[in-house]
Design a protein around this ligand. Structure first.
Ligand code: SAM
Length: 256
């Protein structure tokens, strides 16, 4: 049967480089429960199945999902589901799961944001994203790549870039570099568990207009808040450290 060409709209760039596949599998190691996002033609799936006690793979492309379902039909420890990962609730899977995937780039950021809400259910995430997204995830204070995603993800998770991956490692090659990142949920937050969504909204407002100062992005915040936090409102959001954001969050929550 002829193989259908990859679909651009589903971000189909299949891994073909053995060394990259080895590196991802080595980074994941033996696991109890793994959820693979976008298994595609199975480059990671076969090896993950051998390393995990149970592997769940979620693939949106019906023909690729069907092909993997045929391949793993006799293996009860592998479940291939044809579904949109954006609609999957990871908390419905066994607790302590590990998320792995060469993520479709068009939905990678949306998936990461969604998984923040499932973070207490996860052991870690080892995922390939566009290098630009990886740089945003790890961007320190003062880095031009720092934005709301950086601040919120760094509050909730420890993030590290494991390796950069060249376009030639994929078929077809994407136009951009990629990176594999590891995210490990923090067990303790510097705020009550349910408060981080409000923190995320504050961070969003801080970056509402990147060229504006904090004072201009928070026009209604009383001057006393800036005094109490010791943060100069003439600064821009990307210069604030995670601790300063937490201080601003706590003080403004008390003031408003
Ligand atoms: N894991 C394979 C590999 O590394 O060769 C494929 C990776 S490819 C970058 C992304 C895969 O995610 C494709 O198989 C694509 O069909 C699938 N995909 C795209 N959007 C998806 C979604 N919303 N939910 C689940 N899978 C999706």
């Amino acid at each position: 049967m002829a193989v259908r060409p990859p679909w651009k709209r589903l971000g189909q760039h299949f891994l073909i480089d053995g060394a990259t596949i080895d590196a991802i599998l080595a980074a994941v190691g033996e696991s109890r429960v793994v959820v693979e996002i976008g298994p595609g033609r199975g480059a990671l799936t076969r090896r993950l199945a051998a390393q995990a006690q149970h592997l769940y793979a979620i693939e949106k492309d019906a023909s690729l999902a069907a092909s993997l379902q045929r391949e793993f039909v006799g293996e009860p420890s592998v479940s291939i589901k044809c579904a949109d990962a954006l609609r999957e609730d990871l908390t419905a899977y066994p607790n302590g799961l590990r998320v792995v995937g060469n993520l479709p780039y068009n939905v990678a950021t949306a998936l990461l944001q969604q998984w923040m809400g499932a973070r207490t259910h996860l052991t870690d995430l080892t995922v390939m994203v566009q290098r630009e997204v990886a740089q945003r995830l790890v961007a320190p204070p003062g880095d031009p790549a720092r934005g709301q995603l950086s601040v919120v993800v760094q509050l909730l998770m420890e993030v590290a870039v494991l390796l950069d991956v060249e376009p030639g490692c994929f078929d077809p090659p994407p136009q951009v570099m990629s990176s594999v990142v590891r995210l490990v949920p923090r067990r303790e937050l510097p705020m009550p568990e349910g408060a981080w969504q409000d923190f995320a909204r504050l961070a969003q407002q801080a970056f509402a207009s990147r060229r504006k100062t904090l004072r201009n992005n928070f026009p209604k915040l009383p001057a006393a808040v800036w005094t109490a936090t010791g943060i100069d409102p003439g600064r821009r959001a990307e210069t604030l450290s995670g601790d300063e954001f937490v201080r601003l969050f706590r003080t403004s929550s008390r003031a408003c």
